[in-house]
Design a protein around this ligand. Structure first.
Ligand SMILES: [Zn+2]
Length: 485
């Protein structure tokens, strides 16, 4: 027995990767393949074109056509295998995670290392066709729809948009066995009713109202279970199943109907990963594992029962939940849970974006969750006050004076230069002269205020963020410092 253990020990130390599963090896080496040019969600069409231009000649690139505003839509094909796989990403311009993962897959395919055997297998068994960024006009604006304000995923039948026509034409020309429809869903989706974000959701789209199971949809369902089982290691319990209601205008549903085994992947939210750089890695692992499973046929063992065990998507998340807060309405205090979400707006100055919070739900939200959650039983919300003087510039108030005013609950300031600061994530609300203050708590408002359980306030609520007045004071001081640099 001891000899066997010694032998095993030696064997394991000589080949540390022996026994490791493919996805574990991919996860371990992933940083070697991460495309360093792309570091956040708001990359543009030109960034992707630059990367495609650098690909070696083993990658065949073809311009399929142009967007409404004349931007190229390109397809990159790799491999010579008999099984054709078509992948398209960013049909919705503000859903970029899979595009990042595709750029990483390109780097993976070019590398020369321990995965050479897999690369050879991929190239001889499959022909992979990638269309990264199907909606470049939307992507450049970081918007869902194209330049015609048409949702491409509702244009699969009318085919008015050039981008939709391109996808339809290429599907018909290649007639791929497999199709991957790559999206992002909003970060408030949950995988079932418990406190798990739907960080990745899958769907084998229905091809008719009756949601029948033909061979193609069954294959897609089986491959989804294979991917689910792989990525469960990285996003445990955070995998959902997208609604399977038949949508007659959507591409996934129609491409399934037109005879391609179609899989929808929707990347959602994950706490601590706002730019989805971890979920990008999960996409990378899921897609490469899927290719391998297609090659060896291992997906075929999976059952509808396993697929149905993946919980349906719900929408039980908010960015911030304040629980059991006392809020005064009509002269009386009521107990409210506040579900606060944040909308992203393009920065008016420079690149990036800023966020504005809004109350998305209020009332009894005890079965809802938040990326941040506070239990505030016994606490009252005191609405923020407006500073009475309209300023020409925020610089008219000294830094220490402004900090003292914040402590007193002055959270709204009227200043003629307010718009110059809007791109900052400010801990106060700046308003243009005459603008309406929305400090009250109602659906859609973005209230700021102090939170107190006695005469002494303990917390401050500012633009969907809770700060502890003592513990987080240095953070407020730092943010206010951005005015005075
Ligand atoms: Zn989408």
């Amino acid at each position: 027995m001891q000899q066997i253990l010694v032998f095993l020990f030696i064997a394991l130390s000589i080949c540390p990767l022996e026994g490791q599963l493919l996805h574990e090896k991919l996860a371990e080496k992933y940083e070697d393949y991460r495309e360093p040019i792309i570091t956040n969600r708001r990359f543009k069409h030109k960034d992707v074109q630059g990367l495609i231009d650098q690909l070696p000649s083993t990658f065949k690139t073809e311009t399929l056509g142009h967007s409404v505003e004349g931007k190229s839509i390109r397809m990159i094909s790799v491999g010579e295998g008999p099984v054709h796989v078509l992948l398209w990403s960013q049909m919705h311009g503000n859903e970029p995670t899979a595009t990042m993962a595709i750029m990483d897959i390109f780097r993976f395919l070019q590398a020369d290392d321990q995965f050479n055997e897999l690369r050879k297998e991929l190239e001889s068994s499959l022909t992979l066709h990638f269309i990264p960024m199907l909606n470049p006009d939307g992507a450049d604006r970081f918007e869902r729809r194209n330049a015609l304000d048409i949702d491409l995923n509702r244009d699969a039948l009318r085919l008015q948009s050039p981008e939709a026509q391109i996808l339809k034409d290429i599907r018909d020309r290649i007639d791929p066995t497999w199709g991957f429809n790559l999206h992002d869903q909003n970060r408030y989706s949950t995988a079932g009713p418990e406190e798990y974000t739907a960080s990745i959701s899958f769907l084998a789209p229905a091809y008719n109202e009756a949601k029948d199971w033909n061979e193609g949809r069954t294959n897609a369902m089986q491959l989804i279970v294979a991917m689910h089982n792989v990525i469960d290691t990285y996003v445990e319990n955070k995998i959902g199943r997208y609604s399977d209601t038949f949508e007659p205008r959507a591409f996934g549903d129609n491409i399934q109907k037109w005879g391609t085994n179609t899989i929808l992947i929707e990347t959602g939210g994950l706490k601590g990963d706002p730019e989805k750089q971890f979920l990008r890695k999960v996409n990378f692992i899921a897609l490469l594992s899927a290719f391998k499973s297609i090659i060896d046929g291992s997906y075929e063992k999976h059952t509808l029962k396993e697929y149905n065990a993946i919980p349906f998507n719900r929408s039980y998340y908010h960015d911030l939940i304040l629980r059991e807060l006392q809020v005064k309405k009509y002269g009386k205090y009521y107990t409210y849970d506040l579900g606060i979400r944040k909308a992203e707006y393009d920065a008016a100055i420079g690149e990036g974006f800023y966020e504005r919070a809004y109350i998305a739900d209020m009332g009894d939200l005890h079965n809802y969750y938040g990326y941040e959650a506070y239990s505030l039983s016994g606490h009252y919300l005191k609405p923020g006050k407006a500073y009475g003087i309209t300023l020409d510039s925020m610089q008219q108030i000294e830094k220490d004076e402004l900090l003292a005013l914040i402590k007193e609950g002055y959270l709204y300031f009227f200043s003629k230069d307010a718009s110059e600061y809007q791109w900052l994530d400010l801990p106060i609300q700046l308003l243009e002269p005459g603008q309406r203050i929305r400090n009250e708590v109602y659906m859609g408002s973005n209230p700021s205020g102090l939170i107190a359980s006695s005469a002494q306030s303990t917390h401050i609520l500012l633009n969907g963020q809770i700060y502890h007045l003592k513990d987080d004071w240095p953070a407020i001081v730092e943010l206010i410092g951005t005015f005075y640099q």
